[in-house]
Design a protein around this ligand. Structure first.
Ligand code: KG4
Ligand code: ZN
Length: 357
């Protein structure tokens, strides 16, 4: 079957087509091969980097311009396929920015009605998890696992601009939230600290780049809640610690920016890895899955793989390719394939507050 995915929860406008050899998964823990046929993304990021953050109305106005060309392009990129060859439409219904979500949801509903295709509403957070099920996983140095090899139970770490969550997946229908951030998400911390360091938006990739030449030993920042007895996170204290350091300085040299960036990156990565492995051990999982924009961070990817291999060698670690970690529509189509529940178009609504439970 072929599913057209549509994603517009934040500043990106995405459309993708996935193809599977089997009927959609409606229950259980079965895994099937999902092939990515086309993947198109338009971003208004350059507009937001000028303002140091996303302006919701600007994002939605841009998405209205992009959405139809992006969907057209995603279908055109599927050699010799026509709309008749698409079996279903999957769309992100939340969480996200309401204006942005509405662009994708209303477009998907209209297409579902006109083309007479089933439509499946998808939770964006589940999408980040299902990025792991799209094609082959990233082979960061040692790993060559295939998506269809993912075994349950699994623990997923979802780290994005708005979320930092650990969830336990017993099978496609049984997903239990274990813990999440009590304040800023990891990506949000990167973005806010990036701003304190005068780095361009988004802060995550900018801090990663600056950290390459930094010394992690020059600044020692807190690793919030690393020893707490739960699976919760907190990153606002880290931001405050950086704020205090920066405020006490007369001038912020490139060398100091690099040193702070390296220590911040290390603090965030250490906490994320420690808690993820703790959850994996507690629930004796067979797989660890990474998802979300922060999952594109090379240090997080490398160290998560190394620590898993070294500390819990019987657990497989899955890391999607970087373009599948940041927002995209392929993961939304994959999530719909594995949780195939079409809903009448009239009953689908955008829900900015949607969560895991
Ligand atoms: O998943 P995503 O694309 O959008 C949301 O659902 O929020 O995640 C965006 C977040 C931003 O906070 C961005 O700074 C962060 O992911 N990010 C990174 C990297 N690339 C994106 N953080 C650290 N290192 C990166 N390479
Ligand atoms: Zn996202």
């Amino acid at each position: 079957m072929r599913i057209l995915g549509i994603e517009t929860s934040c500043d990106e406008t995405g459309a993708a087509v996935i193809e599977t050899e089997s009927a959609p998964i409606r229950s259980g823990s079965e895994n099937k091969k999902v092939t990515l046929v086309s993947n198109v993304l338009a971003s208004s990021l350059s507009l937001h980097s000028k303002t140091g953050g996303i302006i919701p109305e600007t994002a939605a106005r841009e998405q209205i311009k992009y959405i139809i060309p992006v969907i057209n392009e995603a279908i055109e990129q599927c050699n010799n396929l026509t709309i008749g060859d698409i079996d279903a439409i999957a769309v992100t219904v939340g969480p996200g920015l309401i204006g942005s979500l509405l662009v994708g949801v209303e477009t998907a509903k209209t297409l579902s009605y006109i083309w007479e295709k089933p439509i499946i509403p998808v939770n964006h957070l589940f999408g980040h998890i299902y990025a792991n099920f799209v094609g082959e996983n990233s082979n960061v140095k040692i790993q060559m696992s295939k998506a269809e090899d993912i075994e349950f139970p699994a623990v997923a770490l979802v780290v994005s601009g708005g979320h930092t969550d650990l969830v336990l997946i017993k099978d496609h229908k049984k997903i239990k939230w274990l813990g999440g951030t009590r304040d800023d998400a990891a990506g949000e911390a990167f973005d806010k600290i990036g701003r304190l360091l005068n780095l361009p938006y988004p802060g995550g990739p900018a801090i990663e780049k600056a950290a390459l030449t930094g010394n992690t030993k020059k600044f020692i920042f807190p690793k919030p809640m690393i020893d707490s007895d739960d699976f919760d996170f907190s990153f606002s204290g880290l931001k405050t610690a950086v704020f205090r350091e920066v405020k006490a300085m007369k001038q912020l040299s490139n060398e100091t920016i690099a040193d702070i960036a390296a220590s911040v990156e290390e603090a965030i990565v250490d906490v994320l890895i420690y808690k993820t492995l703790k959850a994996a051990q507690k629930y004796k999982v067979k797989s660890i899955l990474l998802g979300g924009g922060v999952g594109a961070n090379q240090k997080l990817r490398d160290e998560l793989i190394l620590n898993t291999k070294y500390k819990i060698p019987n657990t497989e670690i899955f890391v999607p390719q970087k373009f599948l970690c940041t927002d995209n529509a392929a993961m939304i189509a994959a999530a719909a394939f594995y949780n195939y529940k079409p809903v009448e178009w009239k009953r689908i609504n955008a829900n900015p507050e949607l969560y895991f439970y």
